[in-house]
Design a protein around this ligand. Structure first.
Ligand SMILES: NC(=O)c1ccc[n+]([C@@H]2O[C@H](COP(=O)([O-])OP(=O)(O)OC[C@H]3O[C@@H](n4cnc5c(N)ncnc54)[C@H](OP(=O)(O)O)[C@@H]3O)[C@@H](O)[C@H]2O)c1
Length: 140
């Protein structure tokens, strides 16, 4: 009851990433929409489990708040938006929690490490996702 449905969604997202093989030694995990309900609780849960968390946000003035939650790095949300529809970029993330969707999900898919995974649950950043590469989907 304390963590609410946003916390439940954040917890299920982390569980799904770990079910897909995510471990703390694999590198940074991105949380998009990090000041939101799902995002802030995902940051909290991941940090408590020992992950290096990069939080992306559109609210630069909330960087200190995200650091107090334990985020190692805080980056601007525009840095994780795929405005050019590039299918592949340099690999950055072992995993990601994405309550944003749209161009943010496109960006995450193009920058996940091989065998990395993303748990996506929202569409605050848009409902359309263009995917041009082929992916191996695990789970539901
Ligand atoms: N809450 C739940 O129980 C729950 C359960 C399942 C699914 N969902 C879905 O998950 C999504 C997020 O839910 P929430 O409860 O976390 O909502 P929220 O508290 O409103 O947080 C959403 C966050 O997304 C970011 N954002 C907002 N507009 C954006 C835009 N145009 N482009 C990119 N980022 C944007 C903002 O974070 P920054 O300013 O930090 O970037 C905002 O705080 C929704 O689509 C919701 O339907 C929620």
């Amino acid at each position: 009851m304390i963590i609410g449905t946003a916390g439940f969604t954040a917890g299920l997202s982390v569980q799904r990433l770990e079910d897909n093989g995510l471990t703390v030694d694999q590198g940074p995990v991105l949380v998009a929409g990090a000041t939101g309900g799902v995002g802030s609780l995902a940051v909290n849960i991941l940090v408590k489990r020992g992950y290096d968390v990069t939080a992306s946000t559109g609210k630069a003035n909330e960087a200190d708040y995200l650091k107090t939650l334990g985020a190692k790095d805080v980056i601007d949300r525009h840095e994780v938006e795929d405005t050019e529809q590039k299918p592949v970029r340099g690999k950055r993330w072992a995993g990601a929690v994405d309550p944003v969707g749209g161009q943010t999900l496109q960006y995450i898919l193009s920058t996940l490490n091989y065998d990395g995974s993303v748990a996506t649950s929202g569409l605050t950043g848009g409902t359309e996702v263009y995917i041009r590469a082929s992916f191996h989907f695990k789970g539901n």
